[in-house]
Design a protein around this ligand. Structure first.
Ligand code: NAG
Ligand code: CU
Length: 243
């Protein structure tokens, strides 16, 4: 009994450390911009757990030196966001937790914040963010944004809306893992921010939020039990995407 509980706690610890992932590469209209180019993920793949701390904006413990490359994204472009288990991927087919552990069900959400100079923009908590893309739960199939990303070998793609006004932005791509979110403070937030220049003739900006500020620990999309028995389908109910 003792040995068994020790074994299961070791197993649990290993899962906790190894199951995470992070966004660390992007493509624009199919053109690969290169790993860690124009994008600043954390050095370690641990999730952010507090929605009220500074880290909820663009993560913490960022890999250095920060990339100052600014990636051009035409409004209307197809953008690919690539998640991997750790920095230094791809991890190969025998890493069952690449790009992230399959238990990590939840949405993928993309925000932009207008900045004066994306290459040097690090005042993350003071920017005004608006949402440009999201994928939550498909209640018909029981699949989440994370499932789309895993099925795409780490790629989660979206279209930059044509209406986005040209200029320099930080682009925040976020994955929220909800497997433990039945407890307050246990939803796992995985995000990185990229430096981009949007081109085009759009004029729009969306509804603005700040990080921290956009989320509350008890939001219905942040503190919830997604399981129906053992099935992580939110009981077939609509999932309210945060933000
Ligand atoms: C998503 O983008 C990646 C990288 O550009 C591409 O290889 C992949 O085919 C795209 N997936 C879908 C479903 O369009
Ligand atoms: Cu995890």
């Amino acid at each position: 009994m003792k040995a068994q509980s020790l074994l299961s706690s070791v197993f649990f610890a290993a899962r906790t450390v190894s199951g995470h992932g992070m966004w660390q590469r992007l493509t624009v209209n199919g053109v690969d911009q290169g790993q860690l180019v124009g994008i600043n993920p954390p050095a370690v793949n641990n999730p952010v757990l507090s929605v009220s701390g500074a880290s909820i904006a663009c993560n913490t413990g960022l890999k250095t030196p920060l990339s100052t490359t600014v990636v051009t994204v035409p409004a209307g472009a197809k953008v690919g966001a690539w998640f991997e288990h750790v920095i230094g991927g791809p991890q190969g087919a025998n890493d069952a937790d690449n790009p992230i552990a399959k238990s990590h069900k939840g949405p993928v959400i993309v925000y932009l914040a207008k900045v004066a100079n994306a290459a040097s923009a690090t005042d993350y908590n003071n920017y005004q963010w608006f949402k440009v893309a999201e994928e939550g739960l498909n209640t018909a199939t029981g699949t989440w944004g994370v499932d789309t990303m895993i099925a795409g070998n780490g790629w989660w793609n979206f279209t930059m809306p044509t209406c986005v006004a040209p200029g320099q932005y930080l682009m925040r791509v976020e994955l929220i893992a909800l497997h433990s979110a039945y407890a307050q403070g246990a939803a796992q937030f995985y995000m990185s921010c990229a430096n981009i220049q949007v081109t085009g003739s759009g004029t729009a900006t969306g509804t603005m939020v700040k990080f921290p500020g956009a989320y509350s620990a008890t939001d219905p999309g942040i503190m919830l039990n997604i399981y129906s028995g053992t099935v992580p389908n939110n009981g077939g109910k609509a999932y309210p995407i945060p933000g």
